[in-house]
Design a protein around this ligand. Sequence first.
Ligand SMILES: *Cc1c(COP(=O)(O)O)cnc(C)c1O
Length: 378
Amino acid sequence: MKFNTKAIHAGQKPEETSGAVMPPVFHTSTYAQEAPNKHKGYDYARVGNPTRTALEKLIAGLENADGCACFSSGVGAIDAIMKTLKPGDHVISTNDLYGGSYRLFTKVFEPYGIEFSFVDMTDIGQVKSALKKSTKLIWIETPTNPLLRIIDIKAVSELAKESGAISIVDNTFASPYLQQPLELGADAVMHSTTKYLGGHSDAIGGAVATSNSELMEKIRFQVKTTGAVPGPMDCYLILRGIKTLHVRVERSVENTKKIVNFLSSHPDVDTLFYPGLESHPQHELAGRQMKDYGAMVSFSLKDNSIEAASAFMSRTKIFTLAESLGGVESLISHPASMTHGSIPKKVRESAGLKDSLIRLSVGIEDVSDLIEDLEQAF
Ligand SMILES: *Cc1c(COP(=O)(O)O)cnc(C)c1O
C-alpha cells in the first residue's frame, strides 16, 4: 500500500458488531473475563484499549514498523524510552532539540544517573567523539527545533549499530509523510502526535514505533507499569486527524515555500532558516532524506532584540502567537522565551538561537492571506 492509502486504511477494519467504518471510542476501564485470564485480548485499560490499538496500528503502518505504543503526550513517550535505560548508561543527543526533551533529560534523568552528551549532530565527527563504551542510545531530532538543521539519520544510525547502541528519531517535525526514519536504519521513531499526526490542535499525545521486538517489549512494559496512557477520545481524535495527514502536510509545505520566498527578500529579515533553501548547509541531505522540506520556518530580525521579535509577533492577526506546531492553523512563536525558555541563554546562543528568532508553523490557510499578515507585521 502507498502512504496516502495507508494513512486512511493501515491496520483499520470495520468494527465487527456493527460494521462502523470508524473505530468506536471505547470508554471503559476494564473488560469482562470468561474465566481468570481468559478474555478477548484486553484485561485492563491502562494496558490496552481497542481505540488505542486502532491508532497504534495506523501509526505503525505509516512508519513501516511492526509495532507502536501510544502515550498521553510526546514527553510521556520520551520518558518511557529513557526508562528503558539504567543508571550509568550514556546517551548522545543533538544540542539543538525540543526544549521539553532537554528539560526531561537534564532535570529528571541526569539526577537519576543517566549521562548525556549534547553535540552538534550535523557534524558526524562530533557524534563519533562523544561515543563511549556505555553509550546505549543516540537521540536524533531532525529537522531540529527551531533552527531546522538536518541530521543524517542513515549515517548516525549506522554509527549507533557499529557501537552497539540504538538510534531513535524524534520524527515530530517532519511527520511520517515527509520522513521515514526506519527505512534509513533507525531503530525506533518517536512522535508527539499532538502536532502533525493529530493536526488540529485539539489533543495531546505521543507514540513510539519500532520493529525491534525487544525494545517494543520494554516500551510496553513501561506503558503497563508507569501508565502514561492516552484516553480513548484523544486516541480517536489523533486517528481521525491522521486520515488527512498527507493532504494537510502537502498544502502546508506548498504555503511554506511561498512564505520563504517572501521572507527571503524582506529587508528586515536577517537570517532565514529553511532546509529548502539552496543556501541551507544541509540542503542536499534534506533533499535525499526527506520527501519535501517541511512546513516549519524560522527567521531572525536585523534588529536582534527580544523587544523587536515581541512587537512583530503581537502584530500578526492570522498567525496566532502560541506554542506547538503542525496544526491546520498557522502559529508563530518565540523560541528564546517560549519553547526554549528552559535552556540557559548561554547554551541557547552557542547553538545559534538568537533573541530575535521567530518560528512559524505554517498551516493550510490561503497563502496570500498569510503573506499579507506577515507583511503588515513588519
Ligand atoms: C511537542 C514536541 C515534543 C513533546 O510532545 P508533547 O506532546 O507536547 O508532550 C517532543 N518533541 C518535539 C520535536 C515536539 O515538537
